[in-house]
Design a protein around this ligand. Structure first.
Ligand code: PLP
Length: 407
């Protein structure tokens, strides 16, 4: 078991109080996680001692910055078991990674009448880029249904593969239902039907050990800010074959090998997809976040979150009028969304906030899923390595107060 109290000492934000004298109970890591001191220090150190633009200068600082940037890429690729860092494209976030694929792969390889298969539990990031593409290219979008527990209906997924989709894109873990999808099996099924597979790993890489090679996906996307790293840095993993076949996403400096007045030749991977000056400090901070998580161990983090989730699920299930969305505790990661009878989620979140408890209220960028569940919104508590039972007890007491206020 992790000692979350000790872990909180690594995160300076937990030194502060909120609303005067309230301890910060941070249950919103699915939206964005807090940052340990080590990540802040590495970024500070870069700016104070090594900073210059990368890949261009022939001077000491440029070489040091470049070495730190490329070392971060290597750490991130090792973390998710990708042998060649050239397959790891730095982007701004998961959203940009998915848009990159929709733009540079989708626009080149999809044509009118082709199908894309998604699931009913996708975040807007893994819906809207495909809707935009579908509109432009007259591509058809299909959805795999969920069963009554909120788990993906694998039989229906198989049935939808009968449309022979060119692309199958799905989340590794739902940011609303907490469901962890059987991604390796789904990838194998999709590959058997001849599809290219993209996985949205925004909620999985921060919380579970992930081996992208073992899963076998063609594309895999995730964000630094949900895994103790800074905002502004994300990753798109791609198979070498597909990345080489794709045209560049953005044009400009760094993504070229040669430019003349007649045209250009694109650079090698991964630079072909990294036009312009990137988020240098953020990428290096991402590397420091990987060091931090690796130091604690992803198995330990995952099992701690399973424990906290079971504890929270049991406690919340006892509350009259509270309905948890999605399956039982043993089938989910550290996310619990719920509704409270006759109280709007915004009111729940506001009253919790007044007690120092940060949760998310709304549709969590999954409006269609909420429509499917026939609710306008929900309240979401999400857990990370720095949460413990005391945080869950505070949440339960907080909900008690909400119920008292609303009679
Ligand atoms: N996919 C899922 C499942 C998410 O939970 C999120 C963020 O909440 C995203 C994608 C988008 O991540 P980002 O905002 O970092 O691009």
């Amino acid at each position: 078991m992790l000692n979350s109290r000790n872990i909180r000492n690594d995160f300076p934000i937990f030194d502060r109080l909120v609303h005067g004298d309230k301890r910060l109970v941070y249950l919103d890591s699915a939206a964005s996680s807090q940052k340990p001191q080590s990540v802040l220090d590495v970024m500070d150190d870069l700016y104070q001692k090594h900073y210059a633009n990368i890949h261009r200068g022939i001077h000491a600082l440029a070489e040091e910055s470049t070495a730190l940037y490329e070392a971060a890429r290597k750490k991130i690729s090792d973390f998710v078991h990708v042998p060649d860092p050239a397959q790891m494209i730095f982007t701004r976030n998961t959203t940009e990674s998915i848009n990159l694929v929709a733009y540079a792969w989708g626009r080149k390889f999809l044509k009118a009448g082709d199908h894309i298969l998604l699931t009913r539990m996708e975040h807007h990031s893994n819906l809207v880029p495909w809707y935009m593409l579908a509109e432009e290219k007259d591509v058809k979008i299909d959805f795999a249904e969920l069963d009554e527990q909120g788990l993906l209906d694998l039989e229906h997924f198989q049935k939808q593969l009968g449309h022979q989709p060119k692309l199958v894109a799905f989340t590794h873990m739902s940011n609303v239902l907490g469901v962890i999808n059987p991604v390796k099996k789904m990838t194998e099924m999709a590959h058997q039907s001849g599809a290219t597979v993209l996985i949205d790993g925004a909620q999985s890489v921060p919380h579970l050990p992930v081996d992208i090679q073992d899963i076998g996906a063609d594309f895999y996307a995730f964000s630094a800010h949900k895994m103790c790293g800074p905002t502004g840095a994300g990753i798109l993993y791609g198979s070498k074959k597909l990345l080489n076949e794709m045209d560049p996403f953005l044009g400009g400096g760094d993504m070229i090998r040669k430019v003349t007045y007649d045209g250009f030749q694109p650079n090698d991977l991964p630079y072909k997809f990294e036009a312009g000056t990137p988020a240098i400090a953020e990428a290096i901070g991402f590397g420091a976040a990987i060091d931090y998580l690796h130091g604690i161990g992803m198995e330990a983090i995952h099992s701690h979150e399973c424990h906290i989730t079971k504890y929270a699920y049991a406690a919340l299930s006892e509350i009259a009028g509270l309905t948890i969305l999605g399956p039982g505790a043993e089938k989910r990661g550290g996310v619990i969304s719920f509704t409270l009878k006759d109280v709007h989620p915004h009111d729940v979140a506001q009253i919790l906030d007044s007690q120092g408890i940060a949760v998310r209220a709304g549709h969590h960028c999954a409006m269609p899923l909420h429509q499917k569940l026939d609710i306008p919104a929900s309240t979401r508590a999400s857990f990370y390595l720095y949460n413990d039972e005391a945080d869950i007890d505070a949440l339960v007491l907080g909900i008690d107060k909400v119920k008292r206020i609303f009679g």
